[in-house]
Design a protein around this ligand. Structure first.
Ligand SMILES: Cc1cc2nc3c(=O)[nH]c(=O)nc-3n(C[C@H](O)[C@H](O)[C@H](O)COP(=O)(O)OP(=O)(O)OC[C@H]3O[C@@H](n4cnc5c(N)ncnc54)[C@H](O)[C@@H]3O)c2cc1C
Length: 425
């Protein structure tokens, strides 16, 4: 496949430009009475972007964003924190940019949704009424799928670090405390999970650190999938060229049980100094308690023209919580794109106008293979009216020819740009 040769600003901006074309009538609409109240739950990649673009394109939409955490902490780039190459402060941003553009930011936990009454309830008991609701709760874990995993995670002995935050700090501490000659074992769940290339990037970055700091150590990558799920050839090359003798990759190695600090696979037991288990995943708890998991009892089916849940029209669901269109990854970039489709559609619905019938979204995911070299995968997805889903545009995407230092600079710029785009920084 041919790789798109577009800069990151173009890639992030293209979805916006397409939707903005359909919203030309909104220009200069920032004054006058409110055209409606929108509550957005979840201030991650999807929710923050929706809140920002509802103000940018709608102007006089009354937008409230509810997020349980005080700050935005990015999963992208968090693997570099595990390697000691970045600090938590490098991946943490505030919500002041959103407040400055008129979004009401509420720190709190949404505990229930009353779709019929059009209001959400917060854990403290207060309620927020809405005309349109956006849920961007990300993922939660199906820890019960693996025997012994839930208590091991609860005890803090076993970490996932698949939501950036305190787990990232704790896993870095475990890696630093590992003896030279120790074993870091990582378990990858069967797809679909958040960020297909993320586990392989983590394996490389941890190996990169250990190669210098504790060269007798070993990285064991135990994959529940039959093969590497993203950038396969490039990761195989990175494992072989850079980490031969240190990193061992095993496919079809699904974790069945954790017992007494031992990880049990189908035919063998694994002991390690650090057990990093990425659990099987589903849409966030709030989508589940709201009864929206109508795809395999794990994900939320959506109408791709509006991002409304097929289980609850009027409730828009975006990001990792959705059942993906074919070849659509669960990524921060894609959540940002879903958000723009949702924001444009919500403004049009509030105004009683037709929604854009031909949305296009795109994705770029960078992966570091050392602290200095990265590579990418890109794709463009066009809505197909006949099949009512997004399909990849033939020849539109592809992967890097090789990991290199220029792409590492692009990767860091991509992160700064998407944080600025999503959080109005
Ligand atoms: C290690 C790693 C590396 C990654 N690297 C990349 C990358 O390079 N590029 C890329 O594009 N993607 C990457 N990803 C994937 C990316 O992080 C996710 O796809 C993205 O975060 C999804 O966005 P989201 O808005 O759906 O969910 P999130 O960003 O997880 O946001 C969900 C938010 O909702 C809040 N929330 C949930 N429930 C409630 C509630 N009831 N009340 C209030 N708040 C609530 C949560 O606190 C959270 O802030 C990576 C992921 C990991 C784990």
């Amino acid at each position: 496949m041919k790789t798109l040769n577009l800069g990151r600003r173009h890639l992030l901006g293209a979805g916006a430009a397409l939707a903005a074309t359909t919203l030309a009538g909104c220009a200069g609409m920032s004054t006058g009475p409110s055209i409606g109240r929108v509550v957005v739950v979840g201030g991650g990649y999807g929710g923050a972007t929706t809140a920002r673009y509802l103000k940018l394109w709608g102007g006089n939409v009354d937008v409230t964003l509810v997020e349980r955490n005080a700050q935005f902490i990015s999963c992208p780039i968090s693997n570099l924190v595990l390697g000691g190459y970045k600090q938590m402060s490098d991946i943490t941003r505030g919500y002041d940019g959103l407040k400055a553009v008129g979004v009401k930011v509420v720190q709190g936990e949404v505990s229930a949704i009353d779709a019929a009454g059009k209001k959400v309830r917060l854990a403290g008991g207060s309620e927020l009424p809405y005309d349109r609701l956006v849920l961007a709760p990300g993922i939660d874990f199906m820890a019960d799928e693996v025997g012994g995993l839930a208590p091991a995670l609860n005890s803090g002995r076993v970490l996932h670090a698949w939501k950036a935050g305190p787990q990232t700090v704790a896993l870095r501490q475990q890696i630093e405390a590992m003896p030279d000659g120790g074993v870091f074992a990582m378990f990858i769940p069967k797809a679909p999970y958040r960020c297909p290339p993320g586990p392989y990037e983590r394996a490389c970055v941890v190996a990169s650190y250990l190669k210098t700091a504790k060269p007798k150590s070993k990285v064991l990558v135990l994959d529940g999938n039959p093969e590497i799920t993203s950038k396969k050839g490039l990761f195989e090359k990175a494992f072989k060229d850079r980490y031969s003798g240190m990193l061992e990759y095993r496919p079809n190695a699904e974790l069945k049980e954790l017992a007494g600090g031992v990880a049990k696979l189908e035919f063998e037991d694994v002991k390690a100094d650090v057990l990093n288990v990425i659990p099987p995943q589903r849409a966030g708890d709030l989508a589940r308690s709201a009864g929206l998991l109508n795809m395999n009892n794990r994900w939320v089916g959506v109408n791709w023209l509006t991002m409304e849940s097929t289980a609850a029209p009027g409730v828009h669901v975006i990001g990792d919580a959705t059942f993906p269109a074919p070849l659509m990854p669960k990524s921060g970039h894609m959540a940002n794109q879903h958000a723009k489709v949702a924001a444009a559609a919500i403004i049009q619905l509030l105004k009683g106008e037709a929604v854009n019938a031909t949305p296009v979204v795109m994705n770029t995911c960078y992966s570091f293979v050392t602290n200095r070299e990265a590579m990418h995968v890109a794709s463009v997805h066009q809505y197909d009216a006949a099949d009512k889903t997004f399909k990849t545009v033939p020849g539109s995407g592809g992967v890097s020819a090789a990991a290199n230092q220029i792409e590492a600079r692009y990767a860091l710029s991509w992160a700064e740009n998407i944080w600025a785009d999503s959080l109005a920084l």
